[in-house]
Design a protein around this ligand. Structure first.
Ligand code: CUA
Length: 155
């Protein structure tokens, strides 16, 4: 008799758990808050601000950095893939991808995003420590995955 009660209790707990996991995965995974802006991935090159990727000063030591990812490259508006910013600068990263899903991880900072075709991912970071920060792709995207990189130098 007691066994039945325990079995029922166990099954009920499992069901509640599954429902909670299901609901949170649906709401949070469906639409990450950083991906609210949408665009046509085929027209990234013609869509501002991604028609001119790179660093733009928008305030007092405040910048917007527009980046276009594609297999297997980050277009940061510089041939040498190097972006220089002064110490203490706040950078609003604004990134998208032209083709497949790419990662966007700036080693040593909290900047860690997923770039999805058709979405703009944004994240802001203030660079108080001088140094070189490597931007790399942490989502496997093909044979050149490991070559996707750029550098942000804070001086
Ligand atoms: Cu892009 Cu891995």
């Amino acid at each position: 008799k007691y066994e039945k009660i325990w079995l029922l209790f166990g099954t009920g707990t499992l069901l509640v758990f599954l429902i909670v996991v299901g609901i949170s995965a649906f709401y949070m995974g469906n639409q990450p808050p950083s991906c609210a802006v949408t665009l046509d991935p085929q027209k990234v090159d013609e869509t501002p601000p991604f028609d001119k990727p790179g660093l733009k000063q928008i305030g007092d030591n405040e910048y917007q950095l527009d980046i276009v990812a594609s297999a297997f490259d980050y277009d940061v508006g510089a041939e040498d893939k190097l972006v220089r910013i002064p110490k203490g600068a706040t950078v609003h990263f604004n990134a998208t991808t032209k083709d497949v899903v790419h990662g966007f991880q700036l080693v040593g900072t909290n900047v860690n995003m997923m770039l999805e075709p058709g979405y703009v991912s944004t994240y802001s970071n203030t660079f108080d420590k001088p140094g070189k920060y490597t931007l790399l792709c942490n989502e496997y995207c093909g044979v050149g995955h490991h070559m996707m990189a750029a550098t942000i130098e804070v001086t």
